[in-house]
Design a protein around this ligand. Structure first.
Ligand code: SAH
Ligand code: SF4
Length: 430
């Protein structure tokens, strides 16, 4: 979501006549887009700000001004901290109000030393104020839903991104068409809770994600569709049917389980049990036997015993994920779980994370090795690390490198997989 927001901020700035630079010392304006999901992500901001302030000071000696802005969830949660710990920041605005950046920059131009902090949970939709989006390559993100009403007890998102809102159907279709017209072949629909999408259509009727996917699949020139992140309890039969019917919908689904223990899922306030999760996976596999799954896991949630952790390990075996993200539980001030009495010691969290990741990586490697010899359509989206190489993604979201001419950048090409490791595949073009 932050990648998408950053691109929209770049759209705003380009509209104002700014141009990007790859040399930070040349930048008259630096904006950090921030994440507050775990402590580590939030702390990174303050070290980066300290580093950029040194550059600001150096530039000042050369008579150049540098405006520093902070955007995103850290602002929403820690606005006073930013003002206190980094008083040289010129403005800070939350993830819902960054459309006001032109206004803010105007104010700063008029009154140089002011610091503007904007954390309003505005009822207005930022999407109504953003300039047209355009493609930056073959793959694009498109935010269709924002915020969350689930209030999982560990999670800061409902407090930083606000209540759940969905963009109207026609707005999404319009943005998708703009992206396709400017070169996008693949769209990844985004939302904190993307499958609880309930946007209005042109007649004011509420529509679900399945409806939106079917409408998007009709767009000529759009070859691939994905959506992320889904909440298991909100996977309905309509959506499952899309995985059976829509060829453009890629055979990879990120469906976070978090924990395999029903006791922990309940303490997390998740609206699903491990059994219900398995039923959903079964139905999805029935709709499309080719589907690969990924998940998010949290280890060391307060009260997690060895048995609870083992239940998570067992679920990993039962589902057979082809990829997954796993994290140590991080206490987020203001969330219920942060003050639960039975916090798990750091050492145990680390041991569990290592054990879980060993298992997940082994499964991932196994899946990747099983692809050797197969031919897959790969969308090449950027230059590879080595000269003469391009980097792309398979339908299953695997990273793939191939030696191939640059003319295939942002194109879908048939590639035979020749080698595989945990994180990526190598292939040759057919
Ligand atoms: N809405 C999605 C997840 C969005 S947050 C869902 O419900 O599945 C992305 C991931 O960050 C979560 O799936 C969770 O695994 C992780 N996460 C969120 N809060 C966390 C915390 N306090 N500590 C560790 N991981 C956390
Ligand atoms: Fe956070 Fe996802 Fe739970 Fe919402 S559903 S509170 S975003 S983990």
């Amino acid at each position: 979501m932050n990648v998408y927001d950053s691109q929209r901020i770049a759209n705003i700035l380009q509209n104002m006549g700014h141009i990007p630079t790859s040399n930070i010392n040349d930048a008259d304006l630096v904006i950090f887009n921030t994440c507050h999901i775990r402590e580590k992500a939030a702390e990174k901001l303050f070290s980066d700000l300290g580093r950029i302030n040194l550059i600001k000071e150096e530039r000042k000696e050369q008579g150049k001004e540098t405006i520093i802005g902070v955007v995103g969830c850290v602002v929403q949660a820690e606005d006073q901290q930013i003002a206190k710990r980094a008083p040289y920041v010129n403005f800070a605005t939350g993830p819902l109000t960054y459309y006001r950046i032109p206004e803010i920059l105007q104010k700063i131009a008029n009154q140089k030393d002011m610091c503007i902090i904007d954390t309003e949970f505005t009822a207005e939709s930022k999407f109504d104020h953003l300039p047209q989006n355009h493609s930056e390559g073959g793959c694009s993100y498109l935010a269709i839903q924002e915020g969350c009403n689930n209030f999982c007890t560990y999670c800061i998102v409902p407090y930083t991104r606000g209540v759940e809102t969905s963009r109207p159907v026609e707005d999404v279709i319009k943005e998708a068409k703009q992206l396709v017209a400017t070169g996008t072949l693949e769209i990844n629909l985004l939302g904190q809770n993307v499958n609880s999408y309930h946007g209005e259509d042109a007649n004011g009727k509420e529509r679900n994600l399945a409806y939106l996917l079917r409408r998007l699949a009709e767009i000529d020139g759009l070859e691939r569709l994905r959506y992320t992140t889904s909440y298991p309890a909100d996977v309905n039969d309509d959506l499952i049917a899309c995985h059976r019917d829509l060829k453009k919908l890629m055979p990879y689904l990120h469906l976070p389980l978090q924990s395999g223990s029903d006791k922990i899922l309940k303490a997390m306030n998740r609206r699903h049990t491990s059994g219900q999760y398995l039923e959903i996976i079964d139905k999805l596999r029935h709709a499309n036997p080719d589907l690969g799954f990924s998940s998010d896991f949290i280890v060391g949630f307060p009260g997690e015993t060895d048995e609870d952790f083992q239940a998570t390990m067992d679920m990993v075996d039962k589902v057979g994920y082809i990829q997954a993200f796993s994290f140590k539980y991080s206490r987020r001030a203001g969330t219920p779980a942060a003050v639960y009495p039975n916090q798990v010691p750091e050492k145990i969290k680390s041991e569990r994370l290592i054990a879980l990741q060993d298992k997940l990586f082994a499964l991932q490697l196994n899946f990747n090795k099983g692809c050797i010899g197969k031919t897959m359509p790969v969308l090449f989206e950027s230059k590879g690390k080595k000269k003469g190489q391009l980097f792309g993604r398979t339908p299953y979201m695997q990273n793939l490198h191939a030696e191939i001419s640059e003319q295939y950048l942002n194109k879908i090409v048939s590639v035979k997989v020749t080698d595989a490791n945990t994180n990526s595949l190598s292939g040759e073009v057919i």
